[in-house]
Design a protein around this ligand. Structure first.
Ligand code: 13P
Length: 259
């Protein structure tokens, strides 16, 4: 049985004051949720404070990126060891925005995944096709490339520690969600691929999140799909009420907040 994992990727939003306000609100609303792992991923500047607020809570903290070297003259970068040290548990790796704007490749994803694992962080590895790729019927080919190369050389033991996030690029920030059926089709493909590469037992226990315009009103139907084990939420994770709703609906709880 895979425990759902609902993560909020705050991207480049929220000043420190706003981040603190948001996380305190989530802590208040979600304190009794034990059916899912809940993660928030603030910007690097808010990570330490947010992580401190979350000590001994049921919400964990993640970074939005990580560099693969342990330390050194790499101006502007943050290592996995530094993230672990401030209480971070997860690191998003290979988000499509990083692939698109910051030259992230499967090769850099691979180095980051290995560094995160070595430091004891859980990598949330993002894969997904663009609209052009989908329209050219290349979805499965692109996913295969992201998984095979981004995760190359990961041992059978370590693969169990990762989370995969399927984020179709055309659904990110567009309000255009993949239908539950469309998402499930790709999730099933990813699980089969993981089984081919690391064995069925491993594949059956790896969590695969869906990301791309997840909102309170579509979270439950996406989560009801057999191979969808959680959500990676962008825009709707920036408000206390909408992220609360998403988490509650994802675990089948009645909501008590009003939007
Ligand atoms: P949206 O939920 O804003 O579409 O963003 C999804 C995403 O990129 C999460 O990493």
């Amino acid at each position: 049985m895979r425990k759902p994992i609902i993560a909020g990727n705050w991207k480049m939003y929220k000043t420190l004051t706003e981040a603190i306000e948001l996380v305190n609100g989530l802590k208040r609303n979600l304190y009794d949720i034990i059916e899912a792992d809940i993660v928030v991923c603030p910007s690097f500047v808010a990570l330490d404070s947010v992580s401190e607020i979350l000590i001994e809570s049921n919400i964990d903290c993640g970074a939005q990126d990580v560099y693969w070297e342990k330390e050194g003259a790499y101006t502007g970068e943050v290592s996995a060891v530094m993230l672990k040290d401030i209480g971070c548990k997860y690191a998003i790796i290979g988000h499509s925005e990083r692939r698109q704007y910051f030259n992230e490749t499967n090769d850099t994803v691979n180095k980051k995944v290995k560094a995160a694992l070595a430091a004891g962080l859980t990598p949330i590895v993002c894969v997904g096709e663009t609209l052009t790729e989908r329209e050219a019927s290349k979805t499965f080919e692109v996913i295969k490339d992201h998984i095979q190369n981004g995760l190359s050389g990961i041992t059978k033991e370590d693969i169990l520690k990762i989370v995969v996030a399927y984020e179709p690029v055309w659904a990110i920030g567009t309000g255009k969600t993949a239908t539950p059926g469309e998402a499930q089709e790709v999730h099933a493909f990813i699980r089969k691929l993981l089984a081919d590469l690391w064995g069925k037992e491993a594949a059956d226990s790896i969590r695969i999140q869906y990301g791309g315009s997840v909102k309170p009103d579509n979270a439950a139907s996406l989560m009801a799909q057999e191979d969808i084990d959680g959500a990676l939420v962008g825009g709707a994770s920036l408000k206390v009420d909408s992220f609360t709703e998403i988490v509650k609906k994802s675990v089948g709880r009645q909501s008590c907040t009003h939007l």
